[in-house]
Design a protein. Structure first.
Lengths: 150, 86
């Protein structure tokens, strides 16, 4: 018997580049499709967009998430897809959202000396630990912004 | 908690940061900074529209306010140390 099973809860995070011609309409389409598919398959998560790059966190049963990742990988609206985190989880960080979307403003200020940029850390994906920390930080930010907006 | 709040005059520049040994600070977006040390989440700072900062501990509970990032960083670390020694 396999140690992992298809209904094991996992968190998978990928980064990708949006094709140059992906505009607001295409983003809206991606979200509409994601939310419908995710609601059916028990997948939750968040989609972030900054400077032409996507970061998507997918949480759900391993088989459902794997199927979704395969679909996304074949989607011509994404380029250079890289999985930066794939780990089993005990509970969901984004369980309230079938797919929350957050555009992230391009930083206008220099990164303070000694600070890390969370999105650069995800891109670099030096280790599963640093990717997991970056995803945790993003989760905090999403929840803080959601609370602020009431 | 800082008693006097005023817009951060240095927020647009790279104001010096207070010593925060072993703490890894990350920016998710301008004005939103997260602190971790040895894999432990210490808390985060969130800048308000007026340039001041709210300070949150590792359980995302607000524990202070500060007029600028530097003081907000110091407030978070001081709060963490107080909790650790309580």
């Amino acid at each position: 018997m396999s140690i992992t099973s298809g209904d094991e809860l996992v968190s998978v995070v990928y980064v990708s580049k949006a094709r140059a011609d992906v505009g607001d309409d295409a983003l809206r389409d991606i979200l509409t499709e994601s939310r419908a598919n995710n609601a059916e398959s028990g997948v939750t998560g968040v989609l972030l967009y900054r400077d032409g790059r996507f970061v998507q966190v997918l949480e759900g049963p391993r088989d459902s998430v794997a199927s979704l990742v395969a679909t996304i990988t074949a989607d011509p609206r994404h380029d250079d897809i890289r999985i930066v985190l794939d780990e089993p989880i005990d509970e969901r960080q984004f369980g309230e959202w079938t797919m929350e979307f957050r555009p992230v403003a391009t930083p206008q200020r220099a990164l303070p000396v000694g600070f890390h940029d969370t999105f650069d850390d995800l891109d670099a994906a030096d280790s599963p630990g640093s990717a997991a920390r970056a995803v945790h930080d993003i989760g905090l930010w999403v929840k803080a912004r959601t609370l602020r907006e009431g | 908690m800082a008693s006097s709040l005023a817009p951060d005059p240095l927020s647009g520049t790279d104001a010096a940061s207070p010593p925060s040994y072993g703490v890894l600070w990350s920016r998710v977006e301008d004005g939103f900074y997260v602190a971790n040390r040895d894999g432990v989440f210490l808390g985060y700072l969130d800048r308000e529209a007026d340039g001041t900062y709210r300070v949150f501990n590792g359980r995302s509970r607000q524990v202070g306010e500060a007029p600028d990032r530097r003081q907000a960083m110091a407030a978070l670390l001081a709060h963490h140390d107080e909790e650790a020694t309580a």
